[in-house]
Design a binder for this molecule. Structure first.
Ligand code: LLP
Length: 434
C-alpha cells in the first residue's frame, strides 16, 4: 500500500498506525486495507478514463464496506454470482450501476438481477439468451444486455498470444460467427435491448497490445452488425485484467497509459469504419484492490532446511512458518504466483538469509512466498507483512484444515476499523447439522 512507512523502532506503519498495535488489536493473520490507497486507485482510473464507466470487478474482493467505497468514488460494479449481487444490493449499490457476468447464471440469479433492475447483463451463451428472453416476457421488462465476445486473444500472465481457435468456456467465439449470431438473435428479440459488445482477455496482463488487438476485433464485429442490421451499438466494454506489481520485477502500465492506448485504437478504428465511437467501460478488479492490502502474519517457527542442491545445511533455506497460509492466499500454490515478504515489527541488521514463507496447513505446497531474503534473526513472535494481497486472496480464501478466515481491517488517517470480522470456530461449526 501507498501509506506505508517505518515508524520509531523500525516497525511498519500504515496510514500512521503501527502494525504491532494492529496485530494486538485484531490478531493475526489479518488483511490490512489502506483505504486511501484503494480510493486513490479508483480516482486514477476515473481520471485516466474520464468519459468511460469503471466497473470494479467484485470477484477480486467484495464486502459491503468496499462496495460503499467504490460507489462513493463514482465507480460501477461487476458481479458474477447471486452472492456478489446480494452483497452489492445489501450495501446499497444502485442496481443501475451493476453489471452481471457469468457463464452459467441460473434462472434464479437472472430473475433476481432482472427484478432488481441491474444496469446490464453480459450474456454468455445461447441458453442464457433464451432464459432471459422468457424471463423478460414474463416480467414485462426489457433488460439491457451486452454480448461477451471471445476475441481469440489468449492472455498469459506476462504476454499474450493470438490464437486462431479458442478452447475455453467464456463468451461467444468470433471465429465461426457465434458472436455475430448471438447479437442478431438478441436484436431479433424485442424484449431484450442490445447495448453493446464485451470482451475480457484475461488477468494480470502486462502487455497492452493484447487489449488493442481485442478492441480492434470487437469493433470489426461492431461494424459487421451495423452493415448487416443498420444498428450502431452504443456501448463497448473492454473488460479488466490490468496487471499489478507483485514483486520489484513487475512493471505494469499505468491506468493513464492504458487508457491512452485504448482510446487511440478505439477512435482510430471507429474513424476508419465510419462508426460512432461507443461509450466505453472497463472492469478492473486487481488493479484497484490488489496493491491496497497487505497480509499481516505472525511467525510461529523458523527451521533451516537443506535444499539438497549443495549437499549440506549451509546451502539450505529457512522455512519461516506463519499463522495462515494457503487458506488465506491460495495464489502461490494455485498459479505459482510471486509475492514478497518483509519483517514488519522491527528492522534488523542481521545478514539476509534465503527464506520461504510457509503456512500452517497440512501439505508441503502450502507456500505463501517462495523465495525471499529475510534477516537471519527472524524469530517466533515476529510479524511478517506480505504486500499485494488485496485481490483474489480473501475472495478465494477457504477453511482448509478448519482454519477460520482472517478479518479485513481498513485503515485511514490514523484510524482502523474492522470491515470483515475474523471467523470463529463457532462459525465453522455453525453449518454442521447433528
Ligand atoms: N471482467 C471479467 C469479465 C472478468 O472475468 C474478470 C476476472 C475481471 C473483469 C477482472 O479482472 P482483473 O482486473 O481483476 O484482472 N483468480 C485469478 C484471477 C481470475 C480473474 C477472473 N476474471 C487470480 O487470482 O489471479
Amino acid at each position: 500500500p501507498r501509506n506505508v512507512a517505518r515508524g520509531p523502532g523500525g516497525a511498519l506503519t500504515v496510514a500512521g498506525l503501527d502494525v504491532r498495535d494492529l496485530a494486538a488489536e485484531y490478531g493475526t493473520p489479518a488483511y490490512v486495507l489502506d483505504e486511501d490507497d484503494l480510493r486513490g486507485r479508483c480516482r486514477e482510473f476515473r481520471a485516466a478514463f474520464p468519459d468511460a464507466d469503471i466497473y470494479y470487478a467484485g470477484k477480486a474482493f467484495l464486502c459491503r464496506a468496499v462496495v460503499r467505497m467504490i460507489a462513493e468514488e463514482g465507480l460501477f460494479l461487476d458481479v458474477c454470482t447471486g452472492g456478489e449481487l446480494a452483497t452489492a444490493l445489501s450495501a446499497g449499490m444502485p442496481p443501475a450501476r451493476i453489471g452481471f457476468h457469468g457463464n452459467n447464471k441460473s434462472v434464479a440469479e437472472l430473475t433476481r438481477a432482472v427484478d432488481a433492475g441491474v444496469g446490464r447483463i453480459i450474456v454468455d451463451s445461447f441458453t442464457e439468451i433464451d432464459r432471459l428472453t422468457e424471463l423478460a416476457r414474463e416480467r414485462r421488462v426489457r433488460p439491457k444486455v451486452l454480448v461477451r465476445v471471445t476475441v481469440g486473444v489468449e492472455a498469459h500472465t506476462h504476454e499474450f498470444i493470438a490464437t486462431a481457435h479458442e478452447d475455453q468456456k467464456f463468451g461467444f467465439s468470433l471465429a465461426g460467427g457465434a458472436a455475430a449470431a448471438a447479437a442478431f438473435k438478441i436484436l431479433d428479440e424485442d424484449v431484450l435491448e442490445l447495448r453493446g459488445l464485451h470482451s475480457h482477455i484475461g488477468s494480470q496482463i502486462f502487455d497492452a497490445s493484447g487489449f488493442e488487438v481485442s478492441a480492434r476485433r470487437v469493433l470489426a464485429l461492431q461494424s459487421q452488425i451495423r452493415d448487416a442490421r443498420g444498428v450502431e451499438l452504443p456501448e463497448l466494454d473492454l473488460g479488466g485484467g490490468f496487471g499489478i506489481a507483485y514483486t520489484t520485477q513487475d512493471d505494469p502500465a499505468t491506468p493513464h497509459d492504458l487508457a491512452k492506448r485504448l482510446r487511440k485504437i478505439v477512435d482510430g478504428e471507429c474513424a476508419a469504419e465510419n462508426l460512432a465511437v461507443p461509450h466505453l467501460s472497463v472492469e478492473p478488479g486487481r488493479a484497484i484492490v490488489g496493491p491496497a492490502v497487505f497480509t499481516l502474519y505472525e511467525v510461529g517457527t523458523v527451521k533451516s532446511v537443506p535444499t539438497g542442491t549443495g549437499g549440506d545445511a549451509a546451502d539450505g533455506r529457512a522455512y519461516v512458518s506463519v499463522d495462515g497460509g494457503m487458506s488465506d492466499n491460495i495464489r502461490t500454490a494455485l498459479y505459482d504466483a510471486s509475492y514478497s515478504a518483509t519483517l514488519a515489527n522491527r528492522t534488523s541488521t542481521a545478514q539476509p538469509m534465503l527464506a520461504r514463507v510457509v503456512g500452517k496447513h497440512c501439505e508441503s505446497g502450502d507456500i505463501v512466498v517462495k523465495d525471499e531474503f529475510l534477516p537471519a534473526d527472524v524469530q517466533p513472535g515476529d510479524l511478517v507483512a506480505v504486500p499485494g494481497t488485496g485481490a483474489y486472496c480473501r475472495s478465494m480464501a477457504s477453511n482448509y484444515n478448519h482454519v477460520p478466515r482472517p478479518p479485513v481491517v481498513a485503515v485511514r488517517e490514523g484510524r482502523a476499523r474492522l470491515i470483515v470480522r475474523r471467523e470463529t470456530e463457532d462459525d465453522l461449526l455453525a453449518l454442521d447439522v447433528g
